[in-house]
Design a protein around this ligand. Sequence first.
Ligand code: C2E
Ligand code: MG
Ligand code: MG
Ligand code: MG
Length: 286
Amino acid sequence: NAQFALKRAKTSGRVEVHHSGEAACARYKLDLETELRRAIDQGDLRLAFQPIMDLGANRVAGFEALARWTHPVRGVIDPGEFIPVAEEAGLIVPLGRWAVDTALATLARWDAAAGRPIPISMSVNVSAIQLARDDVPGVIAAALATHGIDGGRLTVELTESAIVQDPERTTRALQALKSLNVRVAMDDFGTGYSSLSYLRKLPIDNLKIDRSFVSGMLADRDKVAIVRAVLSLADALGKTTTAEGVESIELSQTLAALGCSHGQGYFYGMPLTPEAAHEFWQTRIG
Ligand code: C2E
Ligand code: MG
Ligand code: MG
Ligand code: MG
């Protein structure tokens, strides 16, 4: 398999030399698509788990499951690169199903090790395209049942593009998730193109303030103003908030003082293997 992939990589290298940039790019995407399809089939994808901290209680509230693909030849490929490929090729449906199932299986393993359900939640990213093409609430209900996890311990992270693409379908899906007691977070909040009125109409529990507003915030009054406004909006609407991209203690303290309820970022912890994430949680109890 590695040999085959190597041959393909060499071929695409030759294509890049002889054809226009556009053709090489199309060829690269096709290669990536074929190889991603194989990686999903063969179980070559992994999930990394990044801690999400409760800033008030100073404890681990849960983990966000982030997909990782180590290509046999190209090495680690970022989700920022392969998720769009998966979306275009329709592979986001099997990938998304795999992510939900694997994340909940991991949480169930941690529960089993403790001999009881441990008090942490799991966050999973669901793409707008996946929501449009698959029965996401049905898939989630089945995975919760399979792994014996209470819906209240799962958070689905959704970007604003899901609302823009198909507001009615998204509304129905979110209502179905609510009936499973699953929490919904608006990911990368503030970067999308949807209107604010959905915050009133849709059952959204948490706003994840995009990293672009958080990082560099201490040296930028405009960013502080935006973060303050989002926190105040969330508070008024009864939603919790998670700051993304917290990379320093100063940022963490400032966000806590401003009333942000949760934080995520390299300052607290990197995305970790399941074993390291479990250990991270264990060493921070009590
Ligand atoms: P996201 O959901 O907004 O995830 C947060 C991203 O920020 C992650 O990148 C994480 O590694 C990174 N990050 C966390 N803390 C920091 C920090 O302090 N500084 C900096 N510079 N970065 C930080 P990652 O893992 O590369 O994922 C990128 C995006 O890919 C995710 O953004 C999410 O939209 C998407 N993604 C990842 N896994 C999945 C998946 O299973 N399904 C779907 N549909 N999308 C996924
Ligand atoms: Mg996310
Ligand atoms: Mg995010
Ligand atoms: Mg983001």
